[in-house]
Design a protein around this ligand. Sequence first.
Ligand SMILES: [Zn+2]
Ligand SMILES: [Zn+2]
Length: 265
Amino acid sequence: MSIQAARLDSNVDMTISAKSRKLLWGRSGNRCAICKRELIMETSKEDDESIIGDECHIISGAQNGPRYDTNYPSDQVDGYSNFILLCKVHHKLIDDQYSTYAHQKLVQIKAEHEKWVSKQLDNNNILGESIRIKKVPGNTPAYLSRITTGKKLLEVVLNACAFSFDHDDLDDPAHVDLISGFLQNAQDWGDIGFDNIGDKVKIGYEISEIIKELEVAGFWVFGGREVQALEGGSGGVSDWPVATLRVLRSNNDEIVKTPVGEKGV
Ligand SMILES: [Zn+2]
Ligand SMILES: [Zn+2]
């Protein structure tokens, strides 16, 4: 079973959320997880050259569907982790040969594909040869500012094209959970954005609470935004904002007090 992007507004059982589909397409680099061909989401203009992507269920929600599993929680069937982005050829393949392409096998293919995409991005390959990302002289912030509110955090991550996150060494599993969850969410918020100001205010408030929790655990959040330039390809030069976040122990001696009284790293 799959949900075709083209049917987004029709009345088929369109159950994947906007958040999940943005994550799925973004982390897949708009490419089939098996053949890596570039896929498109839009099908309104019938363009012969474009290959349409299918958002495929890993475990079908239908009893006679591929890889159906009575033990799989039904509330997770339409979650991000149960979708894989594929071209039509490979969608058909995994559904026809569902024993070869069993649950764990597909989970592994998806994870490896997403790792491949993020490696391409780290190497600034942007999955094309002629595109480069360059630092713009003068745009690199000398200091990262301390972030104490969700509103400030959103200013750093919203609509960023790339994320550079890091944290101090951790030895307590509770801190690992807290910080990895926080950074993962920060990237999700940045990737997805908000449909309306109400959501933004609400999430901003929730983030402020998490930042306070981090502070109680002994961690401070620092962040900054650097606009780099994307060059080449067909579109000339365009802005490539990079969001940087660091979660540091409050006693880290790299933290300095700047003249204006703000903390920086
Ligand atoms: Zn399917
Ligand atoms: Zn494919």
